[in-house]
Design a binder for this molecule. Sequence first.
Ligand SMILES: Nc1nc2c(ncn2[C@@H]2O[C@H](COP(=O)(O)OP(=O)(O)OP(=O)(O)O)[C@@H](O)[C@H]2O)c(=O)[nH]1
Ligand SMILES: [Zn+2]
Length: 287
Amino acid sequence: MIKGKVIKNYNGYYYIDLDLPESLVECRRRGKLKQKILVGDEVEITVLDNHTGVIEQLLPRRNEIRRPGLANIDQMVVIMAAQSPAPNRFLVDKMLMTCEYAGIHPHLCLNKCDLDRTIAVAYRDFYESCGYKTLIVSAQTGEGMDELLSLLPHKMTAFAGPSGVGKSSLLSRILGRNDLTIGCVSSKIQRGRHTTRHSEIMKLDYKTYVVDTPGFSSLEFEHLDPKELFCLFPDMIPYFGNCRFSSCLHRTEPDCSVTRAVAEGKIKKERYETYCKVLTTILERKR
Ligand SMILES: Nc1nc2c(ncn2[C@@H]2O[C@H](COP(=O)(O)OP(=O)(O)OP(=O)(O)O)[C@@H](O)[C@H]2O)c(=O)[nH]1
Ligand SMILES: [Zn+2]
């Protein structure tokens, strides 16, 4: 059996990249294999002839997201625009939290810096000080593209962001700079707004993949235990654990190490506000 990666799932066929030259194999799955297979999954296959085969086994997943279904994402680039549409800190926070929840390492990318550099720099300074790598780019002028490209080798990188921020434009630039070794063309990412979108991984180079995540938005956090919410804010974690009450949710409780850190400016007020806002939603839904 040979190991490969599912890069596309279409009409019951799985397209497996074996990471060899010219090695895209069209596979069916073995009937007894009951688990759902996602794009991004690592599998073991039997090759039947030149380019067809059978998936025999699903290998363990490192992480997964549901909408769209994708597995084994090494990093997520959360894209916002510096302008049109205007960025929104609460939305950025929620997307970062969604990545943290899924166990995916996020970076932030401010596109359209040609339209408003001041906003882009303000976002970068803010999120870099929260510990997130933040890039300033322009798909239009090409500024910052080298730094973005330097993040990609030997990883599977997913791109997410609200509509209109320039995901397709950035991906086209990324793909245009590289030879695609398998039959995926960049026109595939220029689909219309209302067509059915399925995730398809595009291969840039050896072990280097990019994937758009249409429909990936922030998680609804209603199923999260209120006590776990804190773990989704890596910048706040160092101040956690010294509260008087072990049940502390860090709002109005006395002698709380988190609210103290906010008052001392060690935790950013805006991040703490996101925490409180999401916590309120979780608590209301639990009622
Ligand atoms: N000024 C400027 N415009 C840009 C830039 N990147 C993208 N745009 C424009 O922004 C608009 C939206 O870009 P898309 O690449 O379609 O955005 P998207 O995020 O893929 O949008 P959806 O397909 O709706 O998810 C287009 O008109 C692009 O030409 C940029 O860096 N600067
Ligand atoms: Zn507390």
